[in-house]
Design a protein around this ligand. Structure first.
Ligand code: SF4
Ligand code: SF4
Length: 340
């Protein structure tokens, strides 16, 4: 239920803002979980970042940038007195039994949805006392999952995702750094509840989950979204139709039985296979306007379709993709040992 909260402009600037006010603002935006951290949070580097960077991060070179901010999030707004951590559920479907894409990409790009929501919350708080704010949703170098775990929004599961016992993992995260005096409030979760479950590790088709971490170079999500080159044949043959992201390690996670419906109808959507196959360079931007898929660009989109269709043995459907002779697609076809 959405609660409307009145905003009083005469609130003394240092009086703590009741948690119910913040909760009401979040509920009005469809955000189902929130917590408030007092900055600076304890020094944290549980990834740990340095070790991760030393191991290599593939085509995610951006992780090498702004490492200080990843370890000290208040660098984004040094005057911040609180960090609001929120989650927006996105549960949708992942397409047909044929071509499949990650649920989070079904509708509007969540970055462009969640950041404005955080901005509206920031502005509502700002109106109470002139407090500056900074909203971040995968748009600033924050160590997001770690921050959310620290805030009590869940624990980091064996599949590397943040899981809450009452909401599963089909959620995207956002953060609002604000000068507003919000009292710290733990989200109530954080204890590791994977227990002896290894369902995600067993289900992962490319053996990308090992030792409680995801090996990005083997992960279909990484390979279809971040990776810019040719996808190795040995991995491609296990794709089983995934063309943008992969949800298998979430589909088998028992905690996702408790995943709530999407917090915003604009996150929902469907991809018809005939329409996907008909997208061409000149229609790509319009077809995926406002969706996360647009970020990978046309050539990688066609590479992904080739790999997905090839993994399903649908030669007649991928032949026109190779015939288009895009350099990356041609190289991918050579890797797969197939031709138009
Ligand atoms: S997203 Fe898919 S490929 Fe990546 S770890 Fe999960 S199951 Fe494995
Ligand atoms: S499937 Fe099991 S091991 Fe994997 S994240 Fe979920 S609870 Fe943890």
């Amino acid at each position: 239920m959405v609660r409307i909260v009145s905003v009083s402009p005469d609130q003394p600037s240092d009086a703590p803002i009741p948690f119910a006010v913040v909760a009401g603002l979040c509920a009005a935006e469809g955000l189902t979980a929130l917590a408030v951290l007092a900055p600076p949070p304890a020094t944290f580097d549980p990834v740990p970042l340095a070790a991760m960077l030393a191991e290599g991060v593939g085509d995610m070179a951006y992780l090498h940038e702004h490492t200080a901010l990843r370890l000290e999030p208040t660098g984004l707004l040094p005057s911040a007195r609180a960090i609001l951590a929120v989650a927006l559920p996105y549960q949708s479907d992942s397409g047909s039994d044929g071509l499949r894409r990650a649920r989070y990409a079904a509708g509007k790009d969540y970055h462009n949805l969640l950041r404005p929501k955080l901005g509206r919350i920031g502005r509502a708080l700002e109106q109470r006392g002139g407090w500056n704010y900074r909203a971040a949703c995968d748009s600033a170098p924050l160590n997001e999952r770690t921050l959310a775990q620290l805030a009590g929004l869940g624990w980091l599961g064996r599949n590397g995702l943040l899981i809450a016992p009452d909401a599963g993992s089909y959620r995207v995260l956002g953060f609002l750094l604000t000068e507003a005096p919000l009292a710290p409030r733990h989200g109530g979760h954080g204890e590791d509840r994977c227990g002896r479950c290894t369902a995600c590790e067993t289900r992962c088709p490319t053996a990308a989950i090992s030792g409680r971490r995801v090996i990005s170079e083997r992960c279909i999500s990484y390979l279809t979204i971040e990776h810019r080159g040719v996808i190795p044949r040995a991995l491609a043959e296990r794709f089983a139709g995934w063309w943008f992201g992969c949800d298998l390690c979430q589909e088998v996670c028992p905690w996702n039985r408790f995943a709530p419906p999407a917090g915003d109808a604009r996150l929902l959507g469907a991809d018809r296979e005939t329409e996907l196959l008909a997208v061409r360079a000149e229609t790509f931007d319009a077809h995926f306007a406002a969706r996360a898929i647009r970020r990978i660009g046309y050539e990688r989109f066609r590479r992904n379709l080739l790999v997905a269709l090839w993994s399903l043995g649908r030669h007649d459907d991928y032949r026109p993709i190779i015939a288009e002779a895009l350099p990356l697609v041609t190289a991918q076809a050579q890797e797969l040992g197939t031709t138009a």
